[in-house]
Design a protein around this ligand. Sequence first.
Ligand code: UD1
Ligand code: CA
Length: 478
Amino acid sequence: MGKAVDLAIVLAAGEGTRMKSSLAKVLHPIAGKSVIHHVIDAVAPVAQSLNVVVGAHREEVESHLSSIAPSASKTFQAERKGTGHAVQLALADTKAEGVVLIVAGDTPLLRTSTLNEFIEAHVELESVASVLTAVLPDPFGYGRIVRDDLGAIVSIVEERDADDDQKQIDEINTGVYLFDIAALRSASQKLTADNSQGELYLTDVISLIKNSAQVAVAIQSNDFTETLGINDRSQLAECAAIMRDRINDEYMRAGVTIIDPMTTWIDSGVSISPDVTIYPGSAIHGSTRIESGAVIGPRSTLVNVEVEAGASIIESRVTDSHIGADAAVGPFAFIRPGTRLAAKAKVGAFVETKNASIGEGSKVPHLSYVGDATIGEGTNIGAATIFVNYDGVEKHHTTVGSHVRVGSDTMLVAPVTIGDGAYTAAGSVITEDVPAGAIGVARGKQRNVLGWVLRRRSGTKSAEVARDAGANELGFQE
Ligand code: UD1
Ligand code: CA
């Protein structure tokens, strides 16, 4: 099936002055994708070809476009002389005929389904120029739709050019249009900068076409949130919140439990299966995939993580890692890139891992650092164990076998290998391999200096209670 329109033009040359940002407005992220990426995702399914008008921040925008929409052509608008000027330049760059869809690059909430309805209406009404409109609770700042007594569109008047009566109109121009390309070509040549901003307004094309006795229509959309444009940071936050709600609603309808949708932020590239539960304050980013029965949060952040069925991640941060089925993470774990937890593995409180493979049922329950390591199955890493992977110049690997018991507060100085079924004594600094079935003991032998406190700390509470307990200066216990 051919796509509905021959060409789509995305206008993205504006300065975005009100963002007060060194980043181009259309490159600001919402739900893990740039503003313009959302727009292109909405537009691409209905358009045979795509042209983006770039200007401000040209290089960054073009390089972003070449990764998200490599087949899109680009028109450079060196000087921003208005939306009408931008379209003139885009048309000069194309031989396309038929119907063109024009959208602004700063309306990330637009949906393909709305565009399809708009296109259907345009075709049905045999329109030459159609503008998508919306009724806004607060129309301030937008172009207003002026209609005649019969309800037909007469013109679009910008806020800055509107009189007091026109400012009362609450139906606004969403900045989404459909035109017959030939009609747009000839009308756009007639634009003048005769307005308060001294710009060529694309909006004036509507009345020009109408005055040449061709059909121009204004078609109202029913969801005004789709057409919200981003001009400043508070609109960025507003759009992000609407996007968040949309994404969360979709997951909840699909069977995901989200305890507090207001504080749950899920990127658009994520995939979550039914019967996952997400507790408040969680953020799920990138290409994260979460399987059924998993529990995420409260207050957990996942970036590009594969979470298998039944796993739990509580009050933790996890990046670029794999969490196996029924594995448990947290509370308060920091799981860094390259961590792989096999099924039923556990990484507990105040544990940091990086580039570490932790075998089935193995546990790192408390206060440890596991970096550059391979751990077998059924192994327990005692509290406060450190995998000493860095010698100040290079990183080295540690291998721990299956069913190993690493004693608390062991330093495993890499490169080192602990064989299957081996133990290490608590407090050991292990610098040499421990063979299978052996215990590695590497710590100072204990000696007690009797009476030391009574001699060297006399008069202290410690000395007093020691004496009560039977100690004396000579160190003899009575
Ligand atoms: C525009 C419309 C207004 C509408 C609103 C919807 C005009 C004159 N006004 O106003 O009726 O209600 O959008 O959001 O069209 N751009 C260029 N080159 C330029 C100027 C703008 O590419 O020379 C791009 C911008 O990057 C932006 C889009 O066109 O993506 C709209 O421009 P903007 O300045 O945001 O127009 P608004 O004042 O919002
Ligand atoms: Ca705008």
